[in-house]
Design a protein around this ligand. Structure first.
Ligand SMILES: [Zn+2]
Length: 319
């Protein structure tokens, strides 16, 4: 059949069916405003020279002891058992935290998490829940649930940033940090899943997961998150940007460092109780990793400012 012989109705039908295709299957070109401009980011890592705190050394030591402890014992539950246990912890969340009921926002975050875990190595039950607290924080709970605070969400300005937070938490799961942490606590006798009532146990788990002995694991989870950003084309620079925002939140202006004993003590105390390393140290490590990957033509990295604003995952629409 020649071109002139194709019936007009078939052409109309074809055009109509293309129009009705879901947006995600149409070719899209993101607008320039949604593409990262790396030139505005300095990868200068001069503030990486911030002196190591005594508590950093202590936390590294604690991590080394934990690693030794977990390597000496075998994991006490597999993925499906961890999911079952995680369900009991999640069921307890409303009595431990002020949970936020926002199905639209949770649906948006769940969609991002689904894209992120499409090829995950572990068979966990991935989901995101939101809790109301001013401090910016997120945690990976046993079984695959990730909880994110409203304080953290209020600091986020684009999808690349919230993606980096979720990817960091997925990193904790994929690298078996949560399972190993519980295993170690059990070894110490601080966590006894058989002897305790389920509710008490779940409550203890929430408390114990925030123990500040996980600095090294945090670095590994950050690296996992950065790799995920490169893999899915989100801007890795936005992870550094978010760390700078956290740094401002925790430490005040970068020039706010004093040398008095009082400042030193305050820094050490805060660092001791924090379950994540200081944001500027995390930003520093990320910058060094980005620098190592640079060279040749820089790929175009997606920001997703409108996606975050409208709670529309990028897999559904690129603006
Ligand atoms: Zn973490």
């Amino acid at each position: 059949m020649t071109r002139s012989q194709i019936p007009f109705s078939a052409v109309v039908l074809l055009a109509l069916s293309l129009w009705l295709l879901p947006e995600s299957t149409r070719a899209q070109t993101p607008s320039p405003s949604e593409i990262e401009d790396p030139s505005q980011f300095s990868l200068d890592s001069s503030y990486c020279e911030a002196p190591l705190l005594i508590t950093d050394v202590l936390k590294d030591l604690a991590h080394a002891v934990q690693t030794e402890g977990t390597e000496m014992t075998s994991p006490f539950f597999d993925d499906s058992e961890e999911v079952t246990y995680g369900d009991s912890v999640v069921a307890l969340l409303p009595s431990e935290l002020v949970m936020v009921d926002d199905p639209e926002l949770e649906g948006y975050l769940d969609a991002l998490l689904a894209d992120l875990t499409a090829n995950a190595g572990r068979g966990l039950k991935w989901s995101v829940r939101i809790y109301d607290a001013p401090d910016p924080n997120a945690f990976a709970l046993p079984g695959g649930t990730i909880i994110v605070s409203t304080g953290l969400l209020s600091l986020i300005t684009n999808e690349a940033q919230i993606f980096s937070v979720l990817a960091h938490e997925v990193g904790h799961h994929e690298l078996r940090h949560v399972a190993a942490h519980l295993q170690y606590l059990k070894l110490l006798g601080l966590w006894t899943p058989v002897a305790q009532d389920t509710d008490v146990l779940a409550s203890n788990t929430l408390g114990l997961l925030t123990l500040p002995t996980r600095s090294r694991q945090e670095r590994d989870a950050d690296s996992y998150s950065l790799e995920a950003a490169y893999r899915l084309g989100y801007s890795p620079y936005q992870m550094v940007q978010l760390m700078n925002v956290f740094d401002f939140y925790y430490e005040g202006l970068p020039s706010d460092e004093g040398s008095s004993f009082g400042t030193f003590l305050a820094q050490e105390t805060r660092n001791l109780v924090e379950d994540h390393p200081r944001p500027r140290m995390r930003a520093c490590a990320l910058k060094q990793q980005i620098k190592l990957r640079q060279g040749g033509d820089e790929p175009k990295f997606y920001l997703g400012t409108k996606n975050f604003e409208t709670r529309t995952p990028r897999s559904k629409k690129e603006f």
